[in-house]
Each structure stands twice: as structure tokens, then as C-alpha cells.
Ligand binder design. Structure first.
Ligand SMILES: NC(=O)c1ccc[n+]([C@@H]2O[C@H](COP(=O)([O-])OP(=O)(O)OC[C@H]3O[C@@H](n4cnc5c(N)ncnc54)[C@H](OP(=O)(O)O)[C@@H]3O)[C@@H](O)[C@H]2O)c1
Length: 238
């Protein structure tokens, strides 16, 4: 049975990753800050007879990531998905865009976004690399964003976009460094999706975004390592 680890599994895209892989019979390690306060996730786990386990992980706490690695020692992870992310200390709907605009940047929010969107994915990969290396598929993904594109910047979103551009750099570097172990490393763009982060105007449903990303993940191989691919299977401009 293939296995996947997903961060931010309690809501939004992470919950949908968990739902779809669980429905498909995978072993899912579902990570979120507070599994006790994640009813939708607990419901999925409840139907899966132990195939979906819940793990408390706060990505701003390195010890919590180390504890996850201790819990999972000896368990191969075929697919590792760094999905959790934040727009900043203020969400988009809470005036977050103004808080990261030129001239009104709130630097503590940028620092926070950098810790969660850029540094935490690397910490998780460092902590779990042995689990991935011991698996059959050996694939690592970070859910990035086209808002991190340097070639086609969206305008604004200085903090969020820069953390995603930076995590893309992390991923391309790891693609090089882990290639000799046969590990595939890629950045993903989910599209603009109706979640708490994406908001109600978003054109894509989580189910469609994740169905598309699952195809990308299934097709990923050492030959595609280092790429930045969208939910529709197309490359995203760096
Ligand atoms: N939705 C879009 O349109 C869109 C577009 C491009 C990229 N993305 C990316 O897709 C990923 C998922 O986004 P989403 O739309 O599902 O967002 P979301 O609905 O806001 O969910 C964010 C998830 O990240 C978790 N998280 C945030 N900070 C955390 C921390 N310090 N420790 C542990 N978990 C933390 C949240 O957990 P809590 O519930 O505990 O806060 C939640 O599970 C993110 O990386 C996002 O940047 C989304």
C-alpha cells in the first residue's frame, strides 16, 4: 500500500489531499496543528480502519517536526506533500494584502510567512528524508503558488509571493542534491482554489485542484524532478 504524508491536513487543500488519497486506499499520515479540533479530518480517519493517522505538528515549532520524525521512524513515505501555508499574519480577507504592500509592509507578518512557507518545508524534508528514501516512489512536493513567479509576478503580495519564490529555490536545489538517491522533488501550483485562503471568488473547487495535482504526482519521476507544475499539468513560469 503506497503512503503519503500531508501537512495542513485539517482544512482546505490538505483535507482534500487526505480525502482523495484515503478514498484511493493509500496509507495517509495526516498532519495538522490540533487533530482534536479537526472534525472533518477525524471523520475521514474514522472510516479508514487505521489507514489514516493524525499527527499533531506545529510548523512554527521545530521540536514538533522532530517529534513527528521520531513517531514515524521506520515508516516509509512514498509521497511527502508540504501543503500547509499561510498568506501572512493577516489573511487576504483581513486586509492582508495591504499589510504586505510596498510602503505599508508589516515585517513581522512577512517573517511569519517565511517561517511557514519556506523554512518549514525544508525542516520537514530534512526530518523525514530517511522515510522517503526508504520508500518505493521517493517523491517530495511543496505546494507553492504562481504568486511566487519571478517571470510573471502578479503584482503586490510581496511577502507571500517572495516566500513561495524562495521555497521554489529550495525545491530546485533539493532536486539536484537528492537526485543521486533517486528522489523526485517538485513544486506544485494548485490554481486559484476556493478555500479559506483562496476565498469564495476562486474559480476552482478543491476536489478539481487536487484531482489534477494527483495526476501530476502520479506522473512525477526523476525525469520531471526540479519542475514547477500546475494542477492542469502545465509548467508554471518561474
Ligand atoms: N487556495 C488557493 O487559491 C491557493 C493558491 C495557490 C497556492 N496555495 C497554497 O496551497 C496550500 C494550501 O492552501 P489552502 O488554500 O488549503 O489554505 P488554507 O485553507 O488557509 O489552509 C492552510 C493550512 O495550512 C495550515 N497551517 C498554517 N500555518 C500553520 C502552522 N504554523 N503549522 C501547521 N499548519 C499550519 C493550516 O492549519 P490551521 O487550520 O491550524 O491554521 C491549514 O491546514 C498553501 O501552501 C497555499 O499557499 C493556495
Amino acid at each position: 500500500m503506497p503512503s503519503i504524508l500531508v501537512t495542513g491536513a485539517n482544512r482546505g487543500l490538505g483535507l482534500e489531499f487526505t480525502r482523495q488519497y484515503a478514498d484511493d486506499g493509500w496509507r495517509v499520515y495526516a498532519c495538522c496543528r490540533d487533530p482534536g479540533a479537526a472534525p472533518a479530518l477525524r471523520e475521514i480517519a474514522g472510516h479508514c480502519h487505521g489507514r489514516v493517522s493524525l499527527h499533531a505538528v506545529s510548523l512554527d515549532d521545530p521540536e514538533s517536526i522532530r517529534a513527528l520524525a521520531r513517531d514515524l521512524e521506520g515508516h516509509p513515505i512514498d509521497v511527502l506533500v508540504n501543503n500547509a501555508g499561510t498568506y501572512g499574519l493577516k489573511g487576504f480577507a483581513e486586509g492582508g494584502m495591504q499589510a504586505q504592500a510596498f510602503g505599508s509592509m508589516e515585517y513581522d507578518g512577512w517573517e511569519h510567512a517565511f517561517a511557514i512557507n519556506t523554512m518549514a518545508p525544508l525542516r520537514v524534508i530534512e526530518a523525514l528524508i530517511g522515510n522517503v528514501a526508504a520508500s518505493q516512489q521517493k517523491k517530495i512536493f511543496t505546494v507553492s503558488s504562481s504568486m511566487g513567479s519571478i517571470a510573471a509576478p502578479p503584482g503586490g503580495h510581496l511577502a507571500y509571493g517572495s516566500t513561495k519564490a524562495a521555497v521554489n529555490f529550495v525545491m530546485t536545489t533539493l532536486a539536484l542534491e537528492l537526485s543521486d538517491q533517486g528522489i523526485t522533488v517538485m513544486s506544485l501550483h494548485p490554481g486559484w482554489v476556493e478555500t479559506d485562503m483562496g476565498g469564495s471568488m476562486a474559480p476552482l473547487k478543491p476536489s478539481d485542484s487536487i484531482a489534477g495535482l494527483r495526476k501530476v504526482i502520479a506522473g512525477a519521476s526523476p525525469a520531471t524532478s526540479g519542475q514547477f507544475i500546475g494542477w492542469d499539468g502545465n509548467p508554471v513560469p518561474w
